[in-house]
Design a protein around this ligand. Structure first.
Ligand SMILES: Nc1ncnc2c1ncn2[C@@H]1O[C@H](COP(=O)(O)OP(=O)(O)O)[C@@H](O)[C@H]1O
Ligand SMILES: [Mg+2]
Length: 455
């Protein structure tokens, strides 16, 4: 999408006028609205997007608003402009409801509003109905998107916010690369019984439009079975009954640590993350050598670079190498994968010690968490973090807390709405209630940020 920004004064001219005060722009109204925009700090607008109105391209149009790409204080935002003929008198109520949705991580992020405008996060993607029509969309992707949408619906049901327009879900979910977003809280309410999961499930699987395409792309149980699942959930909207829908529709597989996850799902802070993400699909690496090497590669790197490096490392060998294979590989070849010289030394040192039988993983695995950390950190290149990753992802120890992990610090910061990254002490304090399942709690925080490095 090409973005060409113009000052908001273009709104005084044709054909742009009509977007600012649809459908019948009067000069006095245009003037008032431009002042209102300036107060909001909205300075520029770009006429780009999938929808053409007269000679203007915009992001979208509904009964209440026209949505355009704009700049507010230099940031890219979506600007929803109240239509003159809108049934709503102002944008206050929509703003209030969007804020409630945001509290549980749903909807585009609310930024600011005024009488006629709502400034929110710009969701750069396509409407689910356009996305799903593309031939390259595989059933696996489709399942994962639908699963995410329904999970957000479940969260909305849980806080008592009824979206109100999920029966026309085609237009109200935007699919992006790594996530999807439910939009438009204009018709939402906290005063009626929420029917997000039931409405969306029907619209996705049973209705017309989207459902017709979904039915072609994924194998589904009979209509009767789907309706039964919805009914059961409607009667008693618990997490268990919700998962019966997701499992019944084969949107996801059952996860690990079911009992522990159920306990964490009741936690005041972590609960909504658990509900949103669903079953714990932590990937366990049984091979201790592999866990340690991967963890060393991941140290201090972002997920993207670590994944790319690990992939190139694997390409040298085809499958995960033995310590001997790694030890015999030239430093140059390893360096070409992007692994730093320091880490190559660590990995080779580790490989050598294993080859010389100086490390006995079987014996180590029988020790308790603290003893294992103190054993492993004797090895050069293995610090607390790497040893803790080993405990979690190789030995499946359930109560590990990598206090210095950046992702965990960010996770705690966001869950407890802290202004800054927490100190080690604060991380320990706030996660105390998750004992004895802190490894699983950590997995949810990582997963939530998609920086789930190893598992
Ligand atoms: N935050 C956003 N980012 C990108 N596009 C958006 C955003 N919000 C809305 N849109 C687009 O604008 C259209 C109309 O917005 P919507 O909120 O549904 O308006 P209405 O309340 O009038 O129905 C949507 O279908 C979508 O295509
Ligand atoms: Mg709408």
């Amino acid at each position: 999408m090409t973005q060409h920004f113009q000052s908001i004064s273009v709104f005084t001219k044709d054909p742009y006028k009509k977007i600012l005060a649809f459908p019948t722009p009067k000069n006095s109204e245009i003037k008032k609205r431009i002042i209102e925009l300036k107060k909001l700090g909205v300075s520029h607008v770009s006429f780009t997007g999938p929808l053409q109105i007269g000679k203007c391209q915009i992001l979208g149009k509904g009964y209440v608003g026209m949505v355009v790409l704009a700049k507010q204080n230099r940031n890219l935002v979506a600007l929803k402009i109240r239509r003159i003929d809108s049934p709503r008198k102002n944008m206050l109520n929509e703003a209030k409801l969007l804020k409630i949705a945001n509290k549980i991580g749903v909807g585009p992020r609310f930024i600011e509003n005024s009488k006629n405008f709502l400034v929110m996060e710009f969701i750069d993607g396509e409407k689910i109905i356009d996305w799903v029509r593309k031939s390259e969309i595989k059933s696996k992707d489709l399942r994962s998107v639908i699963n995410n949408v329904l999970r957000e619906c479940f969260l909305l049901d849980n806080v008592g916010l009824d979206h109100g327009e999920l029966s026309t879900i085609d237009k109200h979910v935007i699919v992006q690369k790594n996530k999807n977003t439910i939009i438009d809280f204009e018709s939402s309410s906290i005063n009626r019984k929420p029917s997000n999961v039931s409405g969306a499930t029907q619209a996705i699987f049973i209705g017309t439009g989207l459902a017709k395409i979904v039915q072609k792309k994924v194998k589904l149980p009979t209509k009767r079975k789907i309706i039964n699942l919805i009914r059961k959930y409607k009667k008693n909207p618990t997490l268990e009954n919700f998962e019966k829908i997701t499992f019944g529709l084969k949107l996801q597989k059952k996860g690990k640590f079911v009992k522990e996850v159920s306990i964490l799902s009741k936690d005041k802070k972590l609960g909504h993350l658990v509900k949103k993400i669903g079953p714990c699909t932590m990937r366990i690496t049984k091979n201790p050598y592999q866990t340690l090497v991967e963890a060393i590669i991941y140290q201090q790197l972002s997920e993207a670079s670590a994944t790319a490096i690990t992939k190139r490392f694997l390409e040298i060998y085809g499958k995960f190498p033995t310590p001997k294979q790694v030890f015999d590989t030239s430093n140059k070849k390893l360096k070409d994968t992007g692994i730093s010289s320091t880490k190559i030394n660590y990995i080779k040192g580790l490989s050598e010690q294993i080859l010389q039988n100086k490390i006995n993983f079987r014996k180590i695995s029988k020790l308790d968490d603290e003893e294992i950390i103190s054993e492993l950190t004797k090895i050069k290149g293995i610090g607390n973090w790497t040893a803790q990753i080993f405990l979690m992802f190789c030995l499946q120890r359930k109560d590990v807390l990598p206090v210095d992990d950046l992702g965990i610090k960010k996770g705690i910061r966001d869950l407890f709405s802290l202004k800054e990254l927490p100190t080690t002490k604060t991380v320990e304090k706030f996660s105390d209630g998750w004992r004895p399942n802190r490894s699983i709690a950590c997995w949810y925080m990582w997963k939530n940020q998609r920086i789930n490095s190893i598992g």
